[in-house]
Design a protein around this ligand. Structure first.
Ligand code: 26Y
Length: 798
């Protein structure tokens, strides 16, 4: 790079091989003769990373010059997925790398298999964060993602006797070659202590040590980054005198406690100390990130009034909401601004994305705990609350109930801080993640706030990265799309997929499309490539209703047993997903699925016509293999509960047809692909809410539907190894998510699925039209909507 005086990196095979060799010697410190596959992997990663780092240097220079408005994304989770494939593609070394490895005597497949995905998230919210960062870079928007560098990511799932077992995921055990640690660039974070005349005096301090991962854009020079914080004990915390006295555990006690803050993603919250640890994590993320944002602001700016013009900070759900009182504290206590000035800056800087509709998922923290851990922040929250309640009282005089509902403090049964109310109060924009979700938020969850501040609420429908979930996951289909469209420009403008619609009428193209599906199924290697692959991949939660899919499977099994000749369509049903370790009901559903799978597999009558598979440890790596192979996409949550869903979009883009309720983004998928290319069933959100509000009697559905009764009776009678009694009983007694009410409609829709599958030409047409009409669900479009409706940042091209 001329501007920085860098020697350009090689772009021919011989030069790439040279760079690889040089890194192997000088950075890895070994030689070709003695290098292990791990050495080769680490070296390859460094060689690819170098190319991105050079682009990063050019990006940083351009961004510094233009002093733009930065988008800062604060998230407790990032589910980035495997880095090697992506970085090869984005650096244009997909072909160079394996050739160079081979030339040096390494096996490229063996080397590539060593890439470990950083599992720094749970599910949808964490993967959305990764897709948005991918799109921000691709669209040349100056952006930084802030998060926590957990030592242990989301647990590794295995099954023992069909039950979920969790093992720690020590993802960086071998080191992480994609990461740039900066141990010399720590931020100090305080906890506990008291507020005196001189301000907050923390009782404990720890360090936040940053490292960053590069986030390249596709088809552009831009490389952004994500900055992750790791908790480090301060030098003072090692007790040498205790160590010398042989008290080894006590000597490191304080250091261990400090470093526990970034030890695991979502520590178990069934104990008081576990809950406090989660709160500590949230403040740790917020405190380190804000200091960094302010440091970056000061490079080019001096006047606080300019802050909102130079930074917009997006809160990914309520987990980073303490950023609001923290910025108030920094501005008022440390920078000496007056309260109103500071509040105006805060209110112009933050925006909040809500990802839920479940009331129980809205975070609250006990006032007592927050006041102990962060005494100054609690004072600030009280003062924000005074302002809020003053405004409520003057707008709605005498409406005490409204004051009680909107308060940042919940009084009963225990005083708690309502983080969602704080997030709505301290931001200029609050968005839901699909049209229906955003409507329901203003109609229910945030109704009082939407009445007072209607302009604050907006919608930004989620999207997914077409690079990762089409191009990288499904290279075969991607080539077919490119040849069908005559261009690969769809990878940066997914609306171009619409050009595939006429090809749905072309029988040669349909045959090629089917070939790609079959190839993906064969590569997945689960079930018979001729069978319909019916896929339900997502976290386990009762509202998502894996139990409904299970009742359908049992019904199919019963039909198969009673009349094996009449069954018609061979199916493989695939489940993937994890249950939260403490979520007993979800774990029981997993156990029952495995038991049903085993019973069906052991029964000769099924002879491959019906198979249930449940590969353990569903993660991004596995998703990239399953999604291309899927024929049918199960999106069957109780309407009004799934905020959006993003797996639904990934599957539709890869030509799976959805069977779904009118929930979350399913509504928008159906609008776009057309009702004739979507299997709709079940109650809508209004119907579901009405039925739940009345005296819902799950037993009445059981009593009146013989197939449903037979399915539940079989579980109750122990037909599946005696497993699942609790699942069936809870459906009969409570059925909180209306599984039994939607059963008949679901099974009938599944019969339509089977009928449609029997006409393969029709099915393929539907499949192509699903992909062709799903271009809207690109995260590039999502970012464009955020830019237009919330962020108002503009591109900077290196
Ligand atoms: C433990 C607690 C603090 C917590 C931790 C993680 C609460 C929620 C979450 C994660 C929520 C999540 O992943 N939500 C999903 O976000 C997706 C992206 O917007 C949506 O598509 C999906 O419907 C929603 O369930």
């Amino acid at each position: 790079d001329l501007r920085n005086g860098l020697r350009p990196l090689g772009s021919t095979p011989a030069e790439f091989e040279q760079d690889l060799l040089s890194n192997l010697y000088y950075r890895r410190g070994t030689t070709v003769e003695s290098a292990s596959a791990q050495d080769a992997y680490e070296t390859l990663a460094l060689t690819v990373r170098d190319r991105l780092a050079a682009r990063r240097a050019r990006t940083a220079a351009a961004q510094y010059d233009s002093n733009p408005r930065w988008v800062y994304y604060l998230s407790a989770e990032y589910l980035l997925g495997p880095q090697l494939d992506q970085n090869l593609l984005y650096s244009g070394t997909t072909d160079l790398a394996p050739a160079a490895l081979k030339a040096l005597g390494f096996d490229p497949a063996e080397v590539a298999a060593l890439d470990v995905e950083p599992g720094l998230g749970n599910g949808g919210l964490g993967r959305l964060a990764a897709c948005l960062l991918d799109s921000l870079a691709t669209m040349d928007i100056p952006a930084v993602g802030y998060g926590i560098r957990y030592d242990l990511g989301i647990f590794k799932q295995s099954f023992e006797n069909g039950e979920q077992v969790e093992k720690p995921d020590d993802w960086a055990f071998q080191g992480d070659p994609w990461e740039f640690p900066a141990p010399d660039d720590r931020n100090r974070v305080g906890f506990y202590g008291h507020v005196g005349p001189e301000g907050w005096v923390p009782g404990e301090v720890i360090d936040g040590e940053p490292s960053h991962l590069l986030v390249p854009g596709y088809g552009t020079e831009t490389v952004n980054f994500i900055r992750l914080w790791r908790a480090r004990a301060t030098e003072a915390s090692f007790d040498l005198s205790r160590f010398s006295a042989g008290q080894y555990a006590e000597a490191v006690d304080q250091a261990v406690r400090a470093e526990n803050i970034s030890k695991v993603l979502y520590p178990d919250d069934s104990t008081e100390s576990g809950r406090e640890l989660r709160l500590k994590q949230q403040y740790f993320l917020v405190s380190c990130s804000l200091r960094d944002i302010i440091r970056r602001f000061r490079f080019r700016n001096h006047d606080w009034a300019e802050f909102p013009a130079k930074a917009v900070i997006q809160l990914n759900d309520t987990h980073p909401t303490l950023a609001i009182p923290e910025l108030m504290r920094l501005l008022v206590d440390e920078e000496g601004l007056d309260w109103d000035q500071a509040w105006s800056i805060v209110r112009q800087t933050f925006a909040y994305t809500c990802h839920t509709l479940l009331p129980e998922a809205l975070e609250t923290w006990p006032v007592a705990m927050l006041g102990r851990l962060l005494p100054r922040h609690l004072e600030i929250i009280y003062r924000i609350n005074d302002g809020l309640l003053g405004e409520v009282r003057s707008r709605f005089p005498g409406d005490l109930d409204r004051v009680r509902r909107m308060s940042l403090i919940q009084e009963e049964p225990e005083r708690r801080v309502r983080m969602a109310n704080l997030a709505v109060t301290g931001t200029f924009a609050v968005n839901g993640v699909a049209e229906l979700h955003s409507q329901l938020l203003t109609a229910t969850t945030f109704h009082d706030f939407a009445t007072m501040w209607p302009d604050r609420f907006r919608n930004v429908t989620n999207g997914v990265s077409p690079r990762r979930f089409v191009r990288l996951a499904n290279p075969g289909l991607s080539s077919l799309i490119t040849s069908g469209l005559g261009t690969d420009a769809w990878l940066r403008d997914l609306s171009l997929l619409a050009g595939l619609a006429p090809l749905a009428g072309d029988s040669a193209f349909r045959a090629q499309w089917r070939t790609e599906k079959r190839r993906a199924k064969a590569a997945l290697g689960l079930g018979d490539p001729g069978a319909l692959l019916d896929v339900m991949i997502k976290r386990f939660h009762e509202y998502k209703r894996q139990q409904l899919k299970l009742l359908h499977i049992i019904t199919l099994y019963h039909r198969l047993k009673s009349d094996p000749g009449r069954f018609g369509v061979p199916r493989t049903v695939l489940f993937g997903g994890k249950a939260a370790p403490a979520y007993t009901a979800a774990k029981s559903i997993i156990h029952l699925i495995n038991a049903v799978a085993a019973t069906i597999a052991a029964d000769p009558v099924t002879s491959g016509q019906l198979r249930v598979v449940f590969p353990p440890n569903y993660n991004v790596t596995l998703a990239e293999k399953i999604i291309p192979a899927a024929d049918l996409s199960e999106q069957i949550s109780m309407a009004g509960k799934e905020a959006s869903g993003t797996g639904n979009m990934k599957l539709a883009l890869n030509g799976a047809i959805t069977i779904g309720t009118l929930d979350g983004a399913n509504v928008e998928i159906r609008d776009r692909v057309g009702g004739e290319n979507f299997f709709l069933f079940g109650l809508d959100a209004t119907g579901a809410a009405a039925l739940r509000g009345s005296s819902y009697q799950p037993r009445s559905y059981y009593d009146s539907d013989p197939e449903l009764k037979a399915a539940l009776d079989a579980v109750l009678a122990g037909a599946f190894g005696g497993v699942g009694h609790d699942v069936a009983q809870s459906l009969l007694d409570r059925d909180e998510y209306l599984t039994l009410a939607d059963y008949r409609s679901y099974v009938d829709a599944q019969d339509e699925v089977s009928a449609a599958w029997q006409d393969q030409e029709r099915w393929t047409r539907m499949s192509i039209l699903n992909a062709a009409n799903s271009g809207f669900f690109s995260s590039d479009r999502t970012v464009a909507d955020y830019l237009d409706r919330i962020w108002r940042a503009t591109p900077v091209r290196p």
